[in-house]
Unconditional design. Sequence first.
Length: 367
Amino acid sequence: MNDILPKKALRRLKAYRPAVAENKGNDVIRLSVNEGALGPSPLATKAIEEWSTNKHFFHRYPDQIDENLIEAISNRYNLQKQNIVLGNGSDDLIQMICNAFLDSGDEAIHTEFGFLVFPQSIKIAGGTSVCAEDKNYTVSIQNIVEKITNKTKIIFLANPNNPTGTMVNSNEINELIINVRSDIILVIDAAYAEYVEHDLYIDGASLVENYNNVIMLRTFSKLHGLASLRLGWAYCPLLIANLLKSIRPAFSVNALASFAGTAAIQDIEFQQQSILHNKKLRDWTFQQLSQVEIDFIPSVANFFLINLNSEKRADGLLKYLKDRNIYVRGMQPYNLHSFLRVSIGTEAEMKKFLKNTIDFCGKFKRD
Ligand SMILES: Cc1ncc(COP(=O)(O)O)c(C=O)c1O
């Protein structure tokens, strides 16, 4: 008999393993994990080549805190260097925040159709996850506020939200902050911030500078196209930044990721090109879907939800596309059974996705 048991909080926990397309071959269209459509930043690719061929630093431990990267982030977004904490992807930072602040019995709020890493990380840390229902597939500030109890320690908010692609505006975020006690941390995960054009959007950086209990998260996995290197960062009030730096595994951010990230964040031309591409293809896709009366949720990010209005139809389309080497994301884990999430890819990829989706919907009507 095996007497070894994990801690109580983990005994019933199911692994979070996003269904990405394992096959990364050239003939595969991968619209399942919201990666940057245009690939990695060319300056980052060049930096990686240089690092690999000229520097040969593979045998050296990385800097514990890469000051070059911190400086590049600080310059790019006009932020205070000492408030920036680097992580092995923003997933790593989410887990670190939960580990740092949640005792057993403490509650952390996440939203209904929100990023699944939040409840997972809360549970792994031993906290209790509390779900605030959305309204019209959008985060509801009122519902979040209603879930606050004297046990609440953290509130997680992805803005824009994944998987719905919707956002809350600065007025709504300010309303939330007014209603949040100063001993509760509000984490604004702005993984897709760069793609948003809305006048009233804020990524949360200014709030970090004005409140002692707000954290903003960012990632290199989306706009900069560096998902495989695992690099994210948090902008935090000083006390929180110092705490996270003190519990972070010493070498959790690898040297190659830091080197490439430093180049990517300065690659303004590529960032502008990617944002423009996303806007153009997102608008085009929405126009095409509207014309053929296929429902979708308008998104401000680099992905969107398509609504097939029945689970059977959604499952059917997921399989139909997969059989044609087009991978989108099934939404069962999010309880959005009639939806599929589609990342914005290249023009050729979106044309193929659209053609096959229209073909399937036509066939499904006839069958
Ligand atoms: C809202 C949100 N936060 C964080 C992440 C993870 O980012 P990273 O690759 O930096 O861990 C994702 C990735 O899908 C995301 O959608």
